[in-house]
Design a protein around this ligand. Structure first.
Ligand code: ATP
Ligand code: MG
Length: 175
């Protein structure tokens, strides 16, 4: 199974991100992410045997026990990759609470020899993939909103040409 661990987002943030995404549609071509799939990936595990799911859910729960929910404020747009074929995202004013969660989760995975992508953590919400920014006009000023981040979920991901389907397998409610 293809697995990742991510923060889910409260309605206030999802709505603001969806508004920004709708404005982007006016000026950027690419593949838009559905608002009901918006999330902040903390750790990407990739293919893992289904027999390890229970263990991974417990590692996630242990790593986050006693961790508090926090208010996150949306910030600027940014992109990864080439401007003609980019992943376009919106970031946060203060990445540090997300970084603490990611460090805790990744530490627990590492201590149990569960492999994950160890690239530098840059908390973001992906709005578009395959975005052609080279041919885009002026990007809109993104909506900025605050909301309480209180859920971390282990998801499975099934890829398809119509976009990925994420299925929640286990969730931690932050204190
Ligand atoms: P698609 O791959 O069809 O564009 P997707 O990227 O949303 O869809 P997945 O590839 O399953 O679906 O990724 C799930 C989450 O993990 C996404 O937030 C994605 O950005 C992140 N992710 C995927 N691959 C990696 C990777 N190699 N390193 C870090 N994060 C990754
Ligand atoms: Mg992907």
């Amino acid at each position: 199974m293809r697995l990742f661990i991510a923060c889910e987002l409260p309605e206030e943030l999802t709505e603001a991100l969806a508004t920004t995404s709708a404005e982007l549609r006016e000026c950027v071509r690419g593949r838009y992410c559905a608002p009901d799939t918006f999330h902040v990936t903390l750790a990407f595990l990739g293919e893992v045997p289904a027999t390890r799911v229970e263990e991974i859910a417990q590692l996630m729960e242990g790593a986050l026990a006693g961790t508090h929910a926090f208010t996150a404020t949306l910030a600027e747009l940014g992109h990864f990759g080439k401007s003609a074929d980019a992943t376009l995202w919106q970031g946060f004013a203060d990445p540090s609470p997300f970084r603490r969660l990611s460090t805790a989760v990744r530490g627990a995975l590492a201590s149990a020899d569960v492999p994950f992508e160890s690239q530098t953590f840059r908390p973001h919400v992906t709005l578009m993939r395959r975005a052609n920014l080279a041919r885009a006009g002026q990007l809109p000023v993104p909506c900025v909103e605050r909301g309480l981040v209180s859920r971390v979920t282990l998801f499975s991901s099934v890829l398809s040409p119509d976009g990925p389907t994420y299925t929640p397998l286990a969730t931690v409610e932050l204190a």
